[in-house]
Design a protein around this ligand. Structure first.
Ligand SMILES: [Zn+2]
Length: 107
């Protein structure tokens, strides 16, 4: 008898889980995200080799933005034309972070 009872509980759980899935809450939040302005995510990928994730130690500062890259040869590429790769990042849905201000001079 205990086995049957357990099975019955499990079936109930499965049904209620399916019910939650069908409420449409997930769908409406997705729609809202699609309707709002395209939000750019913080940069995680190299704008030159777009499959590569960036190294936090390799970057090019340009126009107040810090463009991270995955390797030194990509850094050379970005230095040649930073604006092109900033635009490439935007197309990838990513945004270069703000470059920190020039190092503060200690009094
Ligand atoms: Zn690279």
């Amino acid at each position: 008898m205990k086995k049957i009872f357990t099975l019955w509980i499990m079936m109930g759980a499965a049904i209620s889980a399916a019910g939650t899935e069908g409420t449409g809450v997930a769908v409406s939040s997705e729609t809202a995200a699609a309707l709002s302005a395209p939000a750019l995510k913080p940069q995680t990928h190299c704008p030159v080799l777009t499959d590569e994730t960036v190294s936090r130690r390799l970057y090019v500062d340009s126009g107040g933005k810090r463009i991270y890259v995955c390797c030194k040869s990509c850094r050379t590429e970005v230095r040649k034309d930073p604006a092109k790769y900033l635009a490439a990042l935007h197309r990838m849905g990513e945004e270069a972070e703000d470059a920190p201000p020039a190092e503060a001079v200690t009094p």
